[in-house]
Design a protein around this ligand. Structure first.
Ligand SMILES: [Zn+2]
Length: 270
């Protein structure tokens, strides 16, 4: 069994054929972690996980689902589930996280890609994200769970927060520099490799990242590799591993075994 460590079969894009896709994946030896991005999608991820072996869930509030003034004014309605939340309701998330199929907290993190104009507004936007990110870290620590971290254009702030703590987890959909990869791997974090490798140049990161720090993921329904279905699904993990292997000295089988073992180890999958 290999694992797609970051999937969103819990999203509405899969409402019509979710079960079929999951069954197909499992029959092909591909398990998965479906990642929540707000309460509703976190609940859905758990509901799905309860119906299948080798399908797990993560619960959290994505930074772009925080109901900041900026995102509201922008008319931004959050990711696929379309629900912004005013705050991170720790008690509700804690209740969900105690389900035995929940293997991580997240996705949470910092996303400064979209940001308001004006220094004061920009700072407020960042502070809101940092506060909620730290609340996720607190919960993860309390429950001794790893954290699935989303980071876009915010690596310095992320490092400042994480380097002060003892966090286990993954920087999912890694888009940082080679130096970012090194400093976060040195903190013990895993580096999530997905279809973004077909869109931006991560060759140096892929060739130098220690294999014992790599997790493979799809972030489906997003980030479909070229020549794959427009709506991505966990089966594309084979294409991602294949592309990753072109930058490595290890062969594909070795990469599959090692990265799957990494997933089992970090998330305690069994
Ligand atoms: Zn995601």
């Amino acid at each position: 069994m290999i694992f797609d460590t970051h999937a969103h079969l819990n999203f509405f894009e899969f409402n019509s054929d979710r079960e079929d896709i999951i069954k197909k994946c499992l029959e092909s030896g591909v398990g998965m972690i479906n990642v929540g991005t707000n309460l509703k999608s976190s609940e859905k991820a758990i509901e799905i996980a309860q119906n299948f072996d080798n399908v797990f869930a993560s619960v959290g509030l994505h930074p772009l689902n925080i109901a900041s003034e900026f995102l509201r004014n922008k008319g931004y309605s959050g990711e696929a589930e379309g629900i912004l939340e005013n705050s991170f309701d720790i008690e509700k998330y804690k209740f969900l996280a105690k389900n035995k199929k929940v293997v991580a907290i997240g996705e949470t993190g910092l996303d400064y890609w979209y940001k308001p104009k004006g220094t004061a507004k920009k700072e407020l936007f960042k502070e809101e994200q940092k506060k909620i990110f730290i609340e996720h870290l607190d919960l993860a620590e309390e429950l001794n769970l790893p954290v699935i971290i989303h980071c876009r254009s915010a690596f310095d702030d992320l490092y400042e927060i994480i380097s002060k703590r003892n966090i286990k987890g993954v920087l999912h959909c890694f888009t940082g520099s080679i130096d970012d990869m090194k400093r976060f791997a040195d903190l013990g974090l895993y580096i999530g490799i997905n279809g973004i490798i077909f869109k931006i140049d991560l060759k140096e990161v892929m060739s130098k990242v220690p294999l014992e720090k790599v997790l493979i993921e799809t972030d489906c329904p997003y980030l479909s590799p070229p020549q794959f279905e427009t709506r991505n699904n966990p089966m594309s993990i084979n294409q991602i591993i294949d592309e990753f292997s072109h930058n490595r000295s290890e062969n594909i089988e070795e990469i599959k075994i090692k990265t799957s073992n990494n997933a089992v180890e970090l998330f305690g999958l069994n």
